[in-house]
Design a protein around this ligand. Structure first.
Ligand SMILES: NC(=O)c1ccc[n+]([C@@H]2O[C@H](COP(=O)([O-])OP(=O)(O)OC[C@H]3O[C@@H](n4cnc5c(N)ncnc54)[C@H](OP(=O)(O)O)[C@@H]3O)[C@@H](O)[C@H]2O)c1
Length: 261
């Protein structure tokens, strides 16, 4: 019997590739995001290769969205074996100049919905004695990032939460994995680069989206707790963790000035 993976944010970028990778490895899919046309197009592509796909168009930044999605999946009568919490968005600029609605949406989507979905879907996984939760964090989880203050803090939440959850889940057959990519070639990075005040990002610093998705799949399959894709990202996160926090945030502030124009 094929397992079912639910991937949030599957309409583009890392989530879309993760959906393809799970399909390639014999999983049926529930794909979730707001842009239904893109989800339907992905569903057609995957169905043509023999994967069963359900499309759920939902705004996960709305309060109560996680519960709504859980109930939708129950109505579909599907047991989710793998939950991939990937949907997220970023914003760069001074936190105090950030639109109030974006502040609320970012916390809701990147933090609250992720926690609530993990909570709702973990229970049936524990009852079944098997399951995987893959949460998409970021290298920004390892340090404060002025210019991306709320985004990085949200990703730090995802990393800390996932590590603690992984410990709590020991012995249940359910695992939790945090994938912490660096800059990856998606619409999200295009959005950052489009700002006139930014220097060009050297291409060697930008990861291939398929490679990142493959690492996420592999880490979750192996039930690893934390995976940082790419040697450069691994070295950076190790260096950051070995330094005093005042130094890391001060250097971050100097680097981050360009994102706060
Ligand atoms: N790209 C990077 O450099 C990078 C690095 C580290 C971590 N990440 C993380 O990787 C994840 C995926 O990002 P990406 O780079 O692949 O960006 P992306 O191409 O912009 O994809 C973001 C996905 O999230 C969905 N999404 C956004 N707002 C949503 C909402 N309110 N409700 C439901 N779905 C929503 C989008 O779908 P709709 O717009 O159709 O709703 C889209 O499918 C994010 O959590 C991001 O923080 C990215």
């Amino acid at each position: 019997m094929r397992k079912w993976a639910l991937v949030t944010g599957a309409s583009s970028g890392i989530g879309e590739e993760l959906a393809r990778v799970y399909a390639q490895h014999d999983h049926n899919l529930i794909v979730v995001a707001r842009r239904e046309d893109r989800l339907e197009s992905l569903a057609r592509e995957l169905r043509a290769k023999g994967t069963e796909v359900r499309v759920v168009a939902e705004d996960l930044a709305q309060p109560g969205a996680a519960n709504e999605l859980f109930l939708t999946v129950q109505r579909l009568g599907i047991h989710v074996d793998v939950l991939v919490n990937n949907a997220g968005f970023t914003y760069h600029g001074k936190f105090t100049a950030m639109d109030a609605g974006k502040v609320t949406d970012m916390v809701q989507l990147n933090v609250s919905t992720l926690a609530a979905l993990s909570h709702r879907f973990a229970a049936p996984m524990i009852a079944a004695g098997d399951g995987r939760i893959l949460n998409i964090s970021s290298v920004t989880a390892f340090q404060p990032v002025p210019g991306f203050a709320l985004y990085a803090a949200g990703k730090a939440f995802v990393l800390s939460f996932t590590e603690a959850l992984a410990e709590e889940l020991k012995g249940t057959g359910v695992s939790a994995t945090a994938l912490c990519p660096g800059l990856t070639d998606t619409a999200m990075v295009d959005g950052v680069s489009d700002d006139g005040g930014l220097p060009a990002i050297p291409t060697f610093m930008i990861s291939d989206v398929r490679a990142v998705a493959n690492e996420g799949f592999e880490a979750a399959e192996r039930r690893e707790v934390v995976r940082v894709p790419g040697i450069a990202n691994q070295m950076t996160t190790l260096w950051v963790q070995s330094q005093p926090r005042w130094l890391v945030r001060t250097l971050g502030g100097i680097f981050g000035r360009q994102f706060m124009k």
